[in-house]
Design a protein around this ligand. Structure first.
Ligand SMILES: N[C@@H]1[C@@H](O)[C@H](O)[C@@H](COP(=O)(O)O)O[C@@H]1O
Length: 265
């Protein structure tokens, strides 16, 4: 796992965008897109590079991580609408290349299986952007999720529903969702997690420096071949090996190693 310590949310976005850009410029990239506030600065920076530095997404395919059950794709708070509003509609990624699990189907389990298979049929995800929940979830894999789980129906934790209530005008967050599993996420060639803010500090500590445990689902990234964790000072505030992460990053920067070239673990 590579830990990159940044000065601000904007800095986090730039470092994350560097890794995504590396894959996009290589051609025919498959991106894994996360919703939530954490990747906002990454998407802003990618949109800026699209507008000002001709970073093109026309041959990119994208899969989102998760979706609320019961919400149609065009619902204001569906993750399909959210990722379009935050990113996809601002670049030249063709809409038919955006894949999201469909939350308003009658057979959610079949939809989960279909979605997992579609990721495999696309050749897998090259770089999966991730945020982390305050309870350590990635996607909607709540604590005690199987570390080998596939895309499936999950019940949302009460804390997650409370955290996300701010996005719903009536405060009514669905109780069920579809989410890529931890086993699915682990298959992405690079896992790129961004976290900001003091309310993520404990989850970040458990993910990076705690034991691998379903109690903190994000800790499964310790088993990933190329996991990169990019943090602002508040999110990194409880890490005990911060000096080492800084030294390692200086060396990686000096050697010009990137996630795609696989120059670190
Ligand atoms: N399902 C999403 C996750 O993909 C996201 O990473 C996390 C953190 O959200 P935020 O980035 O808004 O703090 O919780 C949400 O519920």
């Amino acid at each position: 796992m590579q830990v990159i310590l940044c000065d601000s949310a904007e800095h986090v976005g730039k470092r994350a965008a560097d890794i995504v850009e590396d894959y996009v410029r290589a051609g025919s990239a498959v991106l894994g897109l996360a919703t939530g506030g954490s990747p906002s600065s990454t998407y802003r920076e990618l949109i800026r590079r699209h507008r000002e530095e001709s970073l093109g997404f026309s041959d990119v395919r994208a899969f989102t991580l998760d979706e609320y059950a019961g919400l149609a794709p065009d619902h204001e708070q569906s993750y399909h609408t959210t990722i379009r509003r935050e990113f996809v509609d601002h670049v030249d990624l063709p809409l038919e290349n955006l894949m999201t699990p469909q939350g308003d189907v009658s057979d959610l389990a079949a939809e989960a299986e279909r979605y997992d298979a579609a990721i495999g049929a696309a050749g897998g995800v090259d770089v999966q952007i991730l945020g982390i929940g305050a309870n350590g979830h990635i996607g909607f894999n709540e604590p005690t999720s199987s570390l080998s789980s596939r895309t499936r129906v999950k019940t949302l934790a009460g804390t997650t529903r409370r955290d996300n209530a701010r996005f719903f005008s009536d405060g009514e967050v669905p109780r069920l969702c579809l989410t890529q599993g931890l086993g699915t996420i682990r298959e992405a060639r690079t896992a790129l997690l961004v976290a900001m803010g003091a309310n993520k500090a404990e989850a970040v500590r458990a993910m990076v420096e705690g034991p691998v445990s379903a109690h903190c689902p994000a800790s499964v990234l310790q088993l990933h071949r190329r996991a990169v964790v990019i943090l602002d000072p508040d999110a990194a505030s409880l890490l005990s090996l911060a000096d080492y992460y800084r030294e390692a990053q200086e060396m990686n920067d000096e050697l010009g190693l990137s996630a795609r070239s696989g120059g670190f673990d």
